[in-house]
Design a protein around this ligand. Structure first.
Ligand SMILES: Cc1cc2nc3c(=O)[nH]c(=O)nc-3n(C[C@H](O)[C@H](O)[C@H](O)COP(=O)(O)OP(=O)(O)OC[C@H]3O[C@@H](n4cnc5c(N)ncnc54)[C@H](O)[C@@H]3O)c2cc1C
Length: 441
């Protein structure tokens, strides 16, 4: 039942993180007057990335890079920072600050439309005549003529089948008491989430020592280096092999260029390359190049990079090759096996990256059973058409059901940076707003 008391709403956005809020903003720009967001958290817009209150958790790009693809009538991040007396010198702002900003985006949406926030998780989505039935975890249900799924990433797959004291399966919610007492910490994963976890623990436990484990232990480079590669703008690789050959030749001939610089120069173009490739070519890239590409694609904000380097220099952070293959309660804390090593730890954090199995999310599982969504063939997410409409199990686009954000990676490749979210939200809004019901509410 929608908060407004209505059992039928013109459009529901499921997931009220940054993507859900930018979707609502884009819809109001095109005339929507009534929007429902289903989101269990109290604050709309913060989601996973911007809920943190740790001021050491920083935006991984400078503030100026977040304003691309602006929406008319919504204040940009830079003007908002200036209005709040925050100077551009502090360019890698705490993510909390972006969360505060997006709170004001929500306020602007409320000035323009009736925005209902249902504080619940949606548990199932079923097609009904003229729309969808959305059922919430508490059993309440309502009818939405159109639905946008903006669920963000799922949690990682569990490391252990049972709950163990000192094992944090959710890297975003590490119990404070576990962090405070931690001396020997093992983090499964070496990416940005692992870095956030290390900074969280180091903040409250100055004695903690860290081992970061992965099959290919590689920490994302600092965002500070910016080597230009102007020729990148002219590249038109019609196959991944051609892209690879050009990049390797360029790196060999130009001493200033390395993989980090190349990927940086190409990151705004990869979506276009990817969409121009055949499914077979995408599969080749996913099999042979994706991991390497992503290693160089993700960036650490320079201050966080410095903190990590400091821990390494003090001998408090080491990288370890191998996966955790066994974890159990030990004589003191947790006993684990990583590759061929046995280790003890009093805190283990699962930062292995999100699950991409829709069966791990009840809502997606129900939509899968009803044929409303289909996994993309590379296992990167879900199929959508060029406008963001879900592709059904029979291959047709599902009218009125859209997917925004992380789950569309297999189709658009670059999907989670904030400017990309806004761009895709606008595409969805332009189709959704053609339904007359959206303007009248
Ligand atoms: C740690 C981190 C740092 C990042 N930093 C940057 C950055 O500096 N710059 C940048 O451009 N991008 C950054 N990103 C990328 C980020 O993915 C996007 O910027 C954006 O935050 C993604 O928002 P989202 O709404 O898609 O996902 P989320 O933030 O995960 O939000 C999804 C929301 O959906 C809700 N939800 C999920 N399932 C259900 C359900 N069944 N029913 C109801 N609600 C549900 C969740 O409660 C959640 O609030 C970062 C991402 C992470 C994880």
């Amino acid at each position: 039942m929608a908060k407004s008391g209505k059992t039928e709403v013109p459009i529901a956005i499921i997931g009220g993180g940054a993507a859900g809020v930018w979707q609502a903003a884009a819809l109001t720009m095109l005339g929507a007057r009534e929007i429902t967001i289903v989101e269990p958290n109290e604050a709309l817009g913060r989601g996973l990335a911007y809920s943190t209150t740790n001021r050491g958790h920083l935006l991984n790009v400078t503030a100026d890079k977040l304003d691309a693809h602006p929406l008319d009538g919504f204040e940009g991040f830079i003007p908002w920072l200036e209005r709040h007396g925050l100077t551009a010198e502090e360019t890698y702002f705490p993510r909390k600050v972006y969360g505060d900003y997006i709170g004001d985006v929500v306020a602007t949406i409320r000035d323009r439309a009736r925005l209902s926030h249902l504080r619940a998780r949606a548990r199932s989505l079923t097609p009904v005549h003229g729309g969808f039935r959305v059922t919430l975890e508490n059993g309440d249900a309502f009818h939405a003529k159109q639905v946008v799924l903006a669920l963000g990433n799922l949690k990682p797959r569990r490391l252990a089948s049972t709950q163990l004291a000192g094992l944090a399966e959710d890297p975003w919610n590490i119990p404070q008491a576990d962090m405070a007492g931690a001396r020997e910490v093992v983090v499964a994963g070496t990416g940005l989430t692992a870095i956030d976890a290390v900074l969280s623990v180091a903040n409250v436990s100055p004695e903690a020592r860290f081992t970061l484990a992965a099959n290919r232990p590689f920490m994302p480079p600092s965002d500070a280096r910016n080597v230009a590669w102007p020729e990148a703008a002219d590249l038109r690789p019609d196959r991944p092999s051609r892209l690879w050959r050009t990049v390797i030749a360029e790196i060999r001939s130009n001493p200033d260029l390395d993989w980090i610089a190349v990927v940086e120069a190409l990151k705004t173009r990869t979506s276009e390359f990817w969409q121009g490739w055949s499914q077979a070519d995408r599969a080749t890239f996913a099999r042979h190049g994706l991991r390497h590409w992503l290693h160089h694609r993700h960036r650490t904000p320079p201050p966080s990079h410095q903190s990590i380097n400091q821990l390494i220099a003090e001998g408090r952070l080491t990288l370890c090759r191998g996966r955790i293959s066994d974890i159990r309660k030990g004589p003191a804390g947790l006993a684990l096996r990583i590759g061929d090593r046995d280790m003890q730890a009093d805190l283990v954090i699962n930062a292995t990256g999100p699950s991409v199995d829709p069966r791990d999310e009840p809502l997606l599982s129900s939509a899968l059973d009803d044929g409303l969504i289909t996994p993309d063939p590379l296992g990167l997410g879900l199929k959508v058409d060029a406008s963001g409409r879900s592709v059904a199990s029979d291959g047709s686009s599902v009218e009125g059901l859209y997917i925004l954000g992380a789950w569309t990676r297999g189709v658009f490749f670059e999907v989670v940076p904030l400017p990309m979210l806004r761009k895709h939200a606008m595409n969805i809004a332009s189709i959704a707003s053609r339904q007359a019901s959206l303007q009248t509410g």
